[in-house]
Design a protein around this ligand. Structure first.
Ligand code: PMP
Length: 352
């Protein structure tokens, strides 16, 4: 076995509803708000397409995902050769790490960000250098200062999971201008569609200028297809050609590719959900406990507390499954009904 696996934990799924009911005594239906999933699901057109194509299961999927790439290329005004499709961003992050991480090097990112950057750095025998967040935000100046001869790649999550904060276009450009060209910057924009602030940057528009930039997006969050596992990277052909060498041959299923294409085509449905999410988010931020929340441009909120486990337990009593983390608790913005439970739990917790 690789010795570095000793320091890595396998992904632990949360308790089932039944186990939680027994453990907590809560009788109603739990609101599953621990993984930033879309609570209303994808456009209904996805169901139609899946039913129409359910008979083709005996054939392997298109290993090049050409049809989806064509649609994405049109959507973003880039070429198909600039796109890599993976089984969720999880696979994309693995493929980038596998292709790029020369053993003995360093991976640079922030503390308090998405855990898979760390997991794959360690598996590929790289040191992880994680710079502390400042007020829940990526410290880009600190990251630039930590670049050294061993730095292989830099991961920036924008908006950041789990804190929900973002770095502005100006901050990002200042940062990219300072990173040497031979170091690759990967901008994980899994929550891109939810970020409506005027100064939030669009990574794709920076690809032409910064040839060392890779931008990641997913169908799991705003498009409501977490179970279908489709994510993608956009960058130059030179990178994509290498990532294609390490991907599994038939990594994304036919039905998943069709679902993604169909969801992409229904931008009206997406925009309505994004606006609904924004309205619900603003409602939570209008409450008296809002100073305990980090600002969010995503479909989740991060509540600062010294005792995350106790807030997690309060949420459970209101039937909400959240995600406790070292400096607070993250909870997904759900339906109106889910969010009422969040509001009641936070009102009780902060004794308002
Ligand atoms: N990046 C970030 C920042 C995420 O929050 C997630 C999912 N939680 C992923 C990547 C992976 O997403 P998926 O594999 O579902 O595309």
């Amino acid at each position: 076995m690789k010795p570095q696996l000793k320091n890595i934990q396998a992904y632990a799924a949360g308790l089932s509803d039944e186990a939680l009911k027994r453990k907590t005594g809560y009788k109603g239906k739990f609101s599953r708000l621990a993984s930033n999933e879309n609570p209303i699901g994808p456009t209904p057109k996805v169901k139609e397409v899946l039913l129409q194509n359910i008979t083709a299961l005996n054939y392997y999927p298109d290993p090049e995902a050409l049809s989806l790439k064509e649609k994405l290329a049109q959507f973003y005004n880039i070429t198909q050769e600039q796109i890599f499709i993976g089984a969720g961003l999880d696979e994309v992050i693995m493929a980038i790490s596998r292709a790029m991480l020369v053993p003995g090097g360093e991976v640079l990112t922030s503390e308090g960000t998405f855990i898979q950057y760390t997991t794959h750095a360690l598996i590929e025998d790289n040191q992880l250098k994680a710079i502390p967040l400042i007020d829940g935000r990526f410290n880009l100046e600190g990251i630039v200062a930590a670049i050294n001869d061993k730095t292989n790649i830099i991961w920036i999550c924008n908006p950041n999971n789990p804190t929900g904060t973002y770095v502005s276009e100006q901050q990002l450009i200042t940062f990219l201008d300072q990173v040497p060209e031979h170091i690759t910057v990967i901008l994980d924009e899994a929550y891109f569609e939810f970020a409506l602030a005027d100064d939030y940057p669009d990574g794709v528009s920076l690809l032409k200028k910064y040839t060392n930039l890779i931008v990641l997006r997913t169908f799991s969050k705003a498009y409501g297809l977490a179970s279908m596992r489709v994510g993608y990277a956009m960058t130059s052909k030179e990178y994509i050609d290498e990532f294609n060498k390490v991907k599994l041959p038939f990594n994304v299923t036919t039905l998943s590719l069709l679902a993604a294409e169909t969801a992409l085509a229904d931008q009206d449905y997406l925009n309505k959900y994004v606006q609904d999410n924004k309205r619900e988010r603003e409602r939570l931020f209008s409450k008296p406990y809002s100073h305990h929340l980090l600002p969010s441009e995503t479909n989740f909120i991060f509540i600062k507390t010294d005792n995350p486990q106790s807030l997690f337990n309060t949420f459970i009593r209101y039937g909400v499954i959240s995600r406790p983390l070292p400096i607070g608790v993250r909870v997904t913005i759900g339906t109106e009904e889910d969010n009422k439970k969040i509001d009641q739990a936070l009102t009780e917790y902060f004794e308002i």
